[in-house]
Design a protein around this ligand. Structure first.
Ligand SMILES: Cc1cc2nc3c(=O)[nH]c(=O)nc-3n(C[C@H](O)[C@H](O)[C@H](O)COP(=O)(O)OP(=O)(O)OC[C@H]3O[C@@H](n4cnc5c(N)ncnc54)[C@H](O)[C@@H]3O)c2cc1C
Length: 391
């Protein structure tokens, strides 16, 4: 069978793109070195905000929700989008000013959030300690989905549409000859295809480096700690200064998102456990904010590797040689920006993508020469960086 495209990596973006491409009649193979969703895609907290400072990002977030709802209908409820709302809190004047800016920018592009004074936060969410707060930014429609279920369902949808998913198949490199893609090397053999979509998460950069293409990304680790035994009625909460986030997952389970510490890590060498010093520090912060959590019991957690670009916006679309496409650099927002992979599939099919990809176009880094870089702002793991018009 001659392939129209090879997709490298069976995480969320790779599986969604493969499914959409196969639905359009293309012959698609996915190569995954582990199992479907064996890395960050099934480790995500699953937070999907519905508000943004950028028109383009807002379109991505809203389309992701539609895709989740579509899959929910198809599966009879497996990928339920749980609407919980979201609030970002600030304890300092600078942070509060940042929230006011965010509110204004969001409003300009059709966002839906409100600035709340501390007394209003206390009235709506009595379990939040507000005495040291200056302001909060609240959005009603944010929600979460179980990432493991979403990944599994996308794998099934792709297979049902005819995608050949090879698990345990490491792509050694992408074959590029005379400025265009010829296929990939798997198990020492060339698998021919005129197009390759690299959606190999943190391994996209080393894979492409082996293939002679330089990708501007750095990897870092995000940890999640589960707290059990307390029932809370709170939205998704993040703190500007504290830098963590917390969300209720089930009536008596809370997920604490612990921010990255080191950047530019080797994706093949990182601890998959929550570090005890981080656990202590962030438990202190979160129990200060939500005193009821003092009665909760830490019940283990996990860590996954993420990858971000200098400006913290994803890398989507064609990159480098003819026939090479990427859907990576998604940072801590690969689930919420999942629909970006659909836009890449549309480009590959020669269609107009549902969103203008200007902020996320991989080609904005076409001159990248492999130099080490610093992030322009802190890398994206739950709160977006400035949109392009502000850069
Ligand atoms: C703790 C945690 C919480 C998170 N919470 C959220 C959240 O709330 N909301 C949100 O939007 N995002 C969240 N994320 C981020 C989200 O999980 C990622 O952005 C997203 O999963 C990235 O998907 P990916 O497919 O690019 O990478 P991955 O899921 O890492 O998938 C890449 C795949 O490629 C495979 N692969 C790599 N190299 C090769 C090769 N050479 N050949 C074949 N296969 C290869 C890997 O085995 C892997 O399966 C979170 C992540 C973590 C770790």
């Amino acid at each position: 069978m001659s392939l129209d495209i090879v997709v490298v990596g069976a995480g969320l973006p790779g599986l969604l793109a493969a499914w959409r491409l196969a639905e359009s009649g293309m012959k698609v193979a996915v190569f995954e070195r582990g199992r479907i969703g064996s890395e960050s895609s099934s480790l995500a907290a699953g937070h999907v905000p519905q508000d943004s400072m950028s028109r383009e990002n807002l379109a991505l977030l809203r389309r992701t929700r539609e895709i989740i709802d579509e899959l929910d209908r198809i599966t009879g409820g497996v990928t339920r989008f749980n609407v919980v709302g979201g609030i970002q809190l600030a304890t300092g004047q600078d942070g509060a000013e940042g929230l006011h800016n965010r509110a204004q920018l969001s409003e300009e592009v059709g966002g839906i959030g409100d600035i709340l004074e501390p007394h209003e936060i206390a009235r709506r969410f009595p379990q939040i300690y507000v005495e040291d707060l200056v302001a909060g930014y609240y959005t009603t429609d944010d929600g979460f989905v179980r990432s493991l279920d979403l990944t599994t369902v996308l794998g099934s949808m792709a297979r049902a549409a005819g995608v050949d998913i090879g698990e345990g198949c490491l792509v050694e490199r992408v074959c590029i000859d005379d400025g265009s893609v010829k296929g990939v090397i798997v198990g020492g053999e060339l698998v021919k295809a005129p197009r390759v979509l690299v959606s190999a998460g943190a391994w996209s950069r080393p894979l492409l480096e082996r293939s002679g293409v330089l990708l501007p990304t750095k990897s870092f680790v995000l940890q999640a700690l589960m707290l059990v035994g307390v029932s809370l009625d709170i939205p998704f909460i993040s703190e500007v200064e504290g830098d963590y986030y917390v969300m209720v997952r089930t009536p008596s389970t809370v997920l604490l998102g612990i921010p990255p510490r080191n950047f530019d890590i080797d994706p093949d060498r990182f601890s998959r456990d929550v570090q005890s010093e981080d656990q202590l520090h962030f438990l202190d912060l979160v129990t200060h904010r939500i005193p009821m959590l003092r009665a909760a019991r830490p019940a283990g957690g996990w860590a996954g590797v993420l990858v971000a670009t200098p400006d913290a916006w994803p890398l989507l679309g064609p990159f480098g040689p003819d026939g090479l496409f990427v859907a990576t650099g998604l940072g801590g927002g690969g689930l919420q920006r999942l629909s970006g992979a659909e836009a890449v599939a549309q480009l590959i099919m020669g269609e107009m993508p549902f969103v203008d990809l200007v902020e996320c176009a991989a080609s904005r880094f076409k001159r990248y020469d492999g130099q080490a870089f610093e992030f322009r702002e802190k890398p994206f793991y739950y709160a977006e960086t400035s949109p392009m018009r502000l850069r």
